[in-house]
Design a protein around this ligand. Sequence first.
Ligand SMILES: Cc1cc2nc3c(=O)[nH]c(=O)nc-3n(C[C@H](O)[C@H](O)[C@H](O)COP(=O)(O)OP(=O)(O)OC[C@H]3O[C@@H](n4cnc5c(N)ncnc54)[C@H](O)[C@@H]3O)c2cc1C
Length: 602
Amino acid sequence: MSNYQAPLRDMRFVIHELVGSAPICALPAYTDCDAGLIDAVLEEAGRFAGDILSPLNPVGDRDGARWLAGADGKGEVRTAAGFADAYRQFAAGGWMALPCPPEHGGQGLPRLLAVAVSEMWKSANLSFSHVVTLTHGAIEALVIAGSAELKATWLPKLVSGEWTGTMNITEPQAGSDLAAIGCRALPQADGSFRIHGQKIFITYGDHDMADNIVHLVLARTPDAPAGVKGLSLFLVPKFVLDEGGKPGRHNDVYCTSIEHKLGVHGSPTTTLVHGDHGGSTGYLIGALGRGLEIMFVMMNSARLSVGTEGLAVAQRAWQLASAYARERVQGTDMTQKSGERVAIVRHPDVRRLLMTQRSHSEAIRALAYTIAALQDIAHQSADAAERDSAHRRVELLTPVLKGWSTESAVDLTSMAIQVFGGMGFVEETGIAQYMRDARITPIYEGTTAIQAADLAGRKIARDGGTVLAALVDEMRADCASLATSGNPPLQAIAARLGDGLDHLQAATAALLEKMTSQPAAGLVVAEPFLKLAATVIGGWLMGKAARVAGAAIAGGSTDPFYREKLASAKFYADHILPKSAGLLATVQSDNTLLLELADDAL
Ligand SMILES: Cc1cc2nc3c(=O)[nH]c(=O)nc-3n(C[C@H](O)[C@H](O)[C@H](O)COP(=O)(O)OP(=O)(O)OC[C@H]3O[C@@H](n4cnc5c(N)ncnc54)[C@H](O)[C@@H]3O)c2cc1C
């Protein structure tokens, strides 16, 4: 199998021509960044992803992480061969620091660039990339809410990648339902806390790639109220620091097992027991009872990150399917009388499968990078009104991306297997790994149901659909400009997009009515509503991409990329966008019979 090759051309197109890097580089925090720097970083990251991370992907899948039992349940994890060395190169190359704040040792580059770079890590080796995602999550939590002392002690080593981070949320009885978290934190005379309890499914909860691991643990103090309001966030290191600030004694947190999973075998999914030997030492992050609030701020980034995982895995699976389709000879070209046997890429249905993967992935990339740029504006714009408006749109679009991208990745990687035929179903070709790896993405960081409920409840019903309505107005204006372009493919796209926007508006009205009159009826259709909204938003972004491509062609560009983009956008409009009609019917449907059914009928 060939190594991953970063889709640099499309990344550059989306960053510079579709989303627009110029206004992002003009933000006060990013004036040192320009298009040349962005392109240079993309190329270098593409090399690292292709040369170092990609060859380790099948190794991680085949050999997985291993758990070594120790005395008294004090187990340890060994990652697959090559992972620790690759991680050291990754940290030494400054890749962990890329999006982090300069005041803590980071490079402070825009999220618009960071999202593309992170897509590369995830495409090349999803299991490896988890350690980066989790470390960035821990950094973000400390930046948002850590005291000056916590920041000074922990951030520099996390930003440099010398230490890594984890997110300790899930417990056996508390998965989607964070109110059920039972882990306890007992205050100590010196201001620290003793943590007791079991956390499960903790990604990179133990490993051999860095000198220390910084766990962020949700737990409740003795007098805390029940439910999510009683949750606080604690920093619990694997090794407590000695007086010199170096990793010292092993804290009372141990890995008692790792999971055997359907996919992401290279990423250790650990059970961590805090406090079986007296209590693990922890330090409060932010105020007591504010744990969930801090988590919520981080969640937008984490969900954008997992949304990018869906895109990344689908992209890589398409890359492999496309290469296979050009090599595998089977059957004859139906349009030729010669009877000559042809590569399967000549068969119309294989072309349809490949273009579905390509155009769908491109639409998701456009959305992911759009959200990243909005995050840059929300954090860095000098104009408060612009910050606020960008923030609201990020809030609206994040569950859309997370739910749509990850669910699509499961289908798109399955389609890639279809292109391989029987060879897709055997492990030797390596394509099956992508479908197995993709399957976790709609589950962790909030399942699709949780994203859909967030979108329907918090992001739409709560403001009566105001933020969405403003987006629809913008999409309508872009649609009108495609319709009046005088360019037939753009006008055809506009016709489909206009229908999709009608469907989205009708579905929003139906959803709002249901969420008000009978929320359960609204929640039954929240997931199809999310898919409808995503499908139409994807169509809008592909329409915008087609407009840019059309202008380049009209301006005399002979770069084949623009013709490919036009074909991809037209395909999306014809094959993917019309699904909004069926989804609208479902959103408008009456589900009384389902809701009244006895539980044992389901
Ligand atoms: C490989 C892997 C890595 C992970 N990494 C981490 C990590 O690093 N840190 C961490 O803390 N956790 C981690 N997790 C845990 C992960 O976040 C949870 O599995 C996830 O949140 C779902 O919780 P659950 O498994 O308990 O499922 P449940 O919450 O039991 O959900 C089961 C089903 O019920 C549905 N459901 C539940 N509640 C609702 C509701 N209110 N409305 C509608 N539907 C609902 C869900 O959508 C799902 O379909 C990881 C899990 C895996 C498998």
